[in-house]
Design a protein around this ligand. Structure first.
Ligand SMILES: NC(=O)c1ccc[n+]([C@@H]2O[C@H](COP(=O)([O-])OP(=O)(O)OC[C@H]3O[C@@H](n4cnc5c(N)ncnc54)[C@H](OP(=O)(O)O)[C@@H]3O)[C@@H](O)[C@H]2O)c1
Length: 258
């Protein structure tokens, strides 16, 4: 499987992230078929990635070498039923959804076991992703290399225990949404404080990476790290934000864990 053909069942955000990442790396596979019932969404996808074939017929996408299941969990069972008859015996199915274990997917796919699960994150769109992967036992070393090769242009894809996929969904897949609105607010303020766009962007990138590294790599206790800066203009909102972290995220984790 030197140049595997690719099928996507679902042509929404996560498909766009992966296609965007391949495109960014100039590594778009030669044949990609995306199936989705939403014609408008497919047209937008086609405009952005003209070489991609789009279809409403999941069976066409299911007939490719590597088939990504890219729908939300509530429609995954129905999507799997449409995929099953079209799968080649040598295909590899990669599920991007939380909640559905490899064992459950095998059941939904009529006993098909050549499966992997990946939890991609959005920075993959520029090759800066963190995309943990769990391989099913039926995939041999060559199969795993095919999947890892497809993920390589998107960023890091460490192999993890399958039962950790949902934890990463909360931490690394949804994580950017906890930060992006705040970082964008800072970008907008940078200009009003007299910085050029380039100065603001450079400063923010270094600040965020440096802050994360100081917290996890400095060896200092977290309280000491957070006490390194005495002026905290947003301290008042911390209890509210922490309350959200400590209630919303565990609740969602309970909802998406198998
Ligand atoms: N976005 C991320 O950053 C991210 C990261 C990690 C994992 N994921 C996972 O990826 C999966 C998809 O998420 P998403 O963010 O791409 O959501 P999305 O933007 O809503 O895309 C899902 C797409 O699937 C389509 N769809 C619905 N039923 C279908 C069917 N039977 N066959 C084919 N396509 C169907 C939807 O069409 P309609 O709009 O018409 O319903 C929609 O276009 C989820 O399981 C999610 O947890 C997403």
């Amino acid at each position: 499987m030197n140049q595997p053909t690719i099928g996507f069942i679902g042509g929404g955000r996560v498909a766009r992230i992966i296609l965007g990442g391949w495109n960014h790396a100039q590594a778009l596979p030669a044949r990609i078929v995306v199936a989705d019932p939403n014609a408008e969404g497919l047209a937008r996808l086609k405009a952005r990635f003209p070489s991609v074939e789009t279809t409403a017929d999941a069976a066409v996408a299911a007939g490719q070498d590597v088939v990504f299941l890219a729908t939300h969990p509530p429609v995954l069972a129905e999507a799997a039923a449409r995929v099953t008859p079209g799968l080649k015996p040598t295909a590899i199915v990669v599920s991007l959804a939380p909640k559905f274990t490899l064992a459950r997917l095998t059941g939904l796919l009529g006993g098909f076991g050549r499966l992997a699960r990946v939890n991609p994150n959005a920075p993959s769109v520029i090759g800066a992703g963190f995309n943990p992967i769990a391989f099913g036992a039926a995939l041999n070393a060559a199969d795993r290399a095919v999947v890892s090769g497809l993920l390589a242009p998107l960023g890091d894809s460490p192999e993890v225990a399958e039962e950790k996929i949902e934890a990463f969904a909360l931490l690394t897949a949804m994580g950017p949404t906890y930060l992006w609105f705040q970082l964008q607010a800072l970008r907008e303020l940078g200009a009003s404080f007299g910085l050029t766009e380039a100065e603001t962007n450079h400063g923010i990138k270094r600040m965020v990476c440096g802050a994360a590294r100081t917290l996890v790599d400095s060896g200092l206790p977290p309280a000491e790290v957070m006490d390194l800066v005495p002026v905290k203009p947003l301290a008042e909102m911390e209890p509210t934000v922490l309350e959200f972290y400590r209630t919303r995220l565990p609740a969602l984790y309970q909802k998406i864990k198998p």
